[in-house]
Design a protein around this ligand. Structure first.
Ligand SMILES: [Zn+2]
Ligand SMILES: [Zn+2]
Length: 403
């Protein structure tokens, strides 16, 4: 399954390796106390206290539970943003681990507990080596990545002011521990949702001529949308359009008045995103009109596509390729996914890069997919996350410094 899974693990420097116990302790504490979107009060408190103990002056309450702190280096340089997400999911944990969730129906099943721990450990090391740090690093802990999204409201409150570049990582169960993967350009998709209501005229099932059947109209809309996918979008553009709900009727002898369906559109290209939505809305209206019915289409915008900046991605590559297992870009497994991530909002405003850090290890029980009730991460990946951030900060500090 994996390109070089038999490789020896990369070893973080002695100093970072010594941080592992603390990172594990932090991660397990967050893991035991999962909090959902915009309720991350305990997590934010632990984060703010940790940062204060480091001698920093954290700003709290940004977009309800978000926290930031600036680490000002001893040398001139850029301002870099490092981002972690803090929220958990409404899933009942089934790992049976000794540090499993203490909260019924809530669980860290995506690895955000690890992200928070990694960024705290990174802040600690940056503070310790502040005299050698070029520029400023703003560490940012955000709420609600799993939805409805904490990045956009934090940006509205000014967290990107003065920021030259932004970095984030995701512990990734599609990669073994010690592996790193990412690409320049779009890596995660824009995820929008739609709902369609077809209104016809209800009637007795035995006399359809007396009404307008919304079920057949809705079926035409669903199948024609698949034709729209193959005939109206450049076949070189990866995207997916899925109808995932379809509801109509209450009895076998009644043609209902209304039929509803809905689903999701996932796109990398903003052009495809905008164009497909327009075409689909027009298609449903046209089909409904042709049959004497009416179509009401509602689109709900999700996160935009996550696009890594080519220059920053290549600097991250240079910073990391002698440490992590990374195949050359042309041999690397395609890291792209049609999943969504609200790190994309920061990367719409400033150049930056989002990186997938391997955390899959069967021996550590870390072999279930994200959002599975048995999901957990390989904790060996935690110090590697710190190593990753520190390497990238050093490289970007050198390369983005005013010459
Ligand atoms: Zn997730
Ligand atoms: Zn996640």
């Amino acid at each position: 399954m994996f390109a070089c899974s038999a490789d020896v693990q990369p070893r973080p420097s002695e100093e970072i390796a010594q941080l592992k116990d603390e990172l594990v302790e932090l991660r397990r504490d967050f893991h035991k106390h999962p909090e959902l979107a915009f309720e991350e009060f305990r997590t934010a408190k632990v984060v703010a206290e940790y940062l204060t103990d480091l001698g920093l002056e954290p700003k709290t309450g940004i977009a309800i539970t978000g926290v930031t702190a600036d680490i000002v280096g001893g040398l001139p340089g850029p301002t870099l943003l490092l981002r972690a997400d803090m929220d958990a999911l409404p899933i009942h944990e089934q790992t049976g681990l000794p540090f499993a969730s203490l909260v019924e129906g809530k669980m860290h099943a995506c690895g955000h507990d690890g992200h928070t721990a990694i960024l705290l450990g990174t802040a600690k090391k940056l503070v310790e080596h502040r005299d050698k740090l070029r520029g400023t690093v703003r560490v940012l802990f955000q709420p609600a990545e799993e939805g409805p999204g904490g990045a956009a409201p934090m940006i509205e409150e000014g967290v990107l002011e003065g920021v030259d570049a932004a970095l984030g990582l995701h512990l990734w169960l599609h990669l073994p521990t010690g592996h790193l993967n990412f690409c320049a350009g779009p890596m995660l998709a824009a995820s929008d949702e739609f709902e369609v209501s077809i209104t016809g005229v209800g009637t007795h099932a035995a006399s359809p001529q007396m009404g307008i059947d919304p079920v057949t109209v809705a079926c035409h809309c669903v199948t024609s949308a698949q034709t729209l996918c193959t005939r109206s979008v450049d076949p070189k553009e990866p995207f997916v359009f899925s109808v995932t709900t379809f509801n109509a009727g209450t009895a076998s002898n009644v043609i209902p008045h209304r039929a509803d369906f809905g689903g999701t559109l996932r796109t990398y290209s903003e052009e495809v995103r905008v164009d497909f939505k327009k075409r689909f809305t027009k298609l449903c209206a046209g089909i409904a009109h042709a049959h004497g019915a009416r179509a009401d289409v509602i689109w709900r915008e999700g996160y935009p596509a996550l696009v890594n900046d080519a220059k920053i991605a290549s600097l991250c590559e240079e910073a990391c390729n002698d440490f992590f297992h990374m195949l050359s870009p042309e041999r690397r497994p395609d890291p792209r996914s049609l999943g969504g991530e609200d790190m994309s909002f920061y990367l719409q405003k400033v150049p930056g890069c989002f990186l997938f850090l391997g955390a899959y290890n069967e021996e550590a029980q870390a072999c279930f997919n994200h959002h599975h009730p048995k999901f957990t991460i390989d904790e060996d990946a935690l110090p590697m996350g710190v190593e990753l951030f520190l390497r990238c900060v050093e490289k970007l500090g050198q390369e983005l410094s005013p010459k």
